[in-house]
Unconditional design. Structure first.
Ligand SMILES: [Zn+2]
Ligand SMILES: [Zn+2]
Length: 154
């Protein structure tokens, strides 16, 4: 869970962006976005659905998918592709990188200021324009590293 002030900040930004884009800020969209804004885990759309259903029991998976798709298209949510894993969603719209645990597949943010800018050394295919580079650092989260260590010592 994130702290309340940050969640509130994200909700305020979300409402402003919806107004700027002329996107209806429906109750369903607010609940979907808040569910993501509260989360630090980069959930899959199915996980978002399971959490949203606790607040709106009548909502369907299709409705959640449709709203998520619109929010991604409008730039209010980002998608994170994790190698060989289902799509994950990210409400953090500032430039940042990710730490991915290879064991539990958790995805954590790492601020772009905390990573040296990526420099491409090889020539790029003609005409390709780089807009940004995202780093995915694979490894083991603290909890998984601890579990593996415990397993080994038995
Ligand atoms: Zn892990
Ligand atoms: Zn992220």
């Amino acid at each position: 869970m994130r702290d309340a002030a940050e969640i509130q900040h994200r909700m305020t930004l979300f409402q402003q962006r919806c107004a700027e884009l002329g996107l209806a800020n429906t109750h369903q969209r607010q609940v979907i976005f808040r569910t993501l804004a509260e989360s630090t885990s980069h959930p899959t759309p199915e996980e978002v659905y399971r959490r949203v259903r606790k607040k709106i029991p009548s909502i369907s998976l299709g409705t959640v998918y449709r709203n998520i798709k619109i929010l991604v298209q409008k730039g209010l949510l980002k998608e994170v592709a994790v190698h060989h894993e289902p799509l994950r969603l990210d409400p953090n719209l500032s430039d940042h990188h990710h730490l991915v645990c290879r064991r539990c597949k958790s995805v954590a943010d790492i601020a772009s200021e905390d990573v040296e800018p990526v420099r491409l050394k090889a020539a790029l295919p003609a005409g390709f324009q780089v807009e940004r580079c995202e780093v995915v650092a694979m490894g083991l989260c603290a909890a998984c590293a601890m579990k593996l260590k415990q397993n080994r010592s038995h």
